[in-house]
Design a protein around this ligand. Structure first.
Ligand SMILES: [Zn+2]
Length: 147
C-alpha cells in the first residue's frame, strides 16, 4: 500500500443525519448521483417481478393478467419500462416498486421504499443520508366532476 495522505480535506463536514430534513425549499436534482437510477432495467425488473427478462425484453405485466407479454423493459436506464397492455410505465426501480408494493413515492413511504430497494438491489449499500424526493409525478388526483 502507498502512503496515506490525510492532510488535505477540503470538503465541508457532512450535515448530521436528520438535520437535512429541516430545509427543503429548493429541490434541484440535476446533479444527483442515484445508484438506483443507474441500474439496468432488466436487472431490477427481474428482481422485483421474479421474471427473467430475456432477449425479447418483454415479460408478463405484473399489474394485470397478461398472457402475451406486453411489459417492455428498455435497455437504457433512462428509458425504464413500459407496458403496452395497460400503458403503465416508469423510469426507475422506484416507480416499479412503488406500484408493485403500493407505496407512495412521497414522505415516509418513499423512505421505506428506498430502503427496501437498496436491500434488494444494492445489498450492502445505504441510501444517501440526504436523499430527497426527486421528480414526483405520481401525484394525480382523479378529477372530480361537479355533481
Ligand atoms: Zn400492463
Amino acid at each position: 500500500m502507498g502512503a496515506v495522505i490525510a492532510g488535505i480535506a477540503a470538503d465541508p463536514a457532512p450535515p448530521a443525519p436528520g438535520a437535512a430534513a429541516a430545509t427543503s425549499t429548493s429541490t434541484r436534482t440535476s446533479g444527483t448521483q442515484d445508484p438506483l437510477r443507474a441500474l439496468d432495467p432488466a436487472y431490477y425488473v427481474s428482481v422485483l417481478t421474479g421474471q427473467v427478462v430475456g432477449r425479447s425484453r418483454k415479460i408478463s405485466c405484473p399489474f394485470h393478467d397478461d398472457r402475451t407479454p406486453s411489459f417492455h423493459v428498455y435497455e437504457d436506464p433512462g428509458d425504464g419500462w413500459f407496458c403496452f397492455g395497460c400503458r403503465r410505465h416508469g423510469h426507475t426501480a422506484d416507480d416499479l416498486a412503488a406500484a408493485l408494493w403500493h407505496l407512495d413515492t412521497r414522505g415516509p413511504a418513499f423512505l421505506e421504499l428506498r430502503a427496501r430497494l437498496y436491500e434488494l438491489l444494492l445489498p450492502g449499500q445505504q441510501p444517501p443520508a440526504a436523499a430527497r424526493r426527486s421528480r414526483v409525478d405520481t401525484h394525480r388526483r382523479p378529477s372530480r366532476r361537479a355533481d
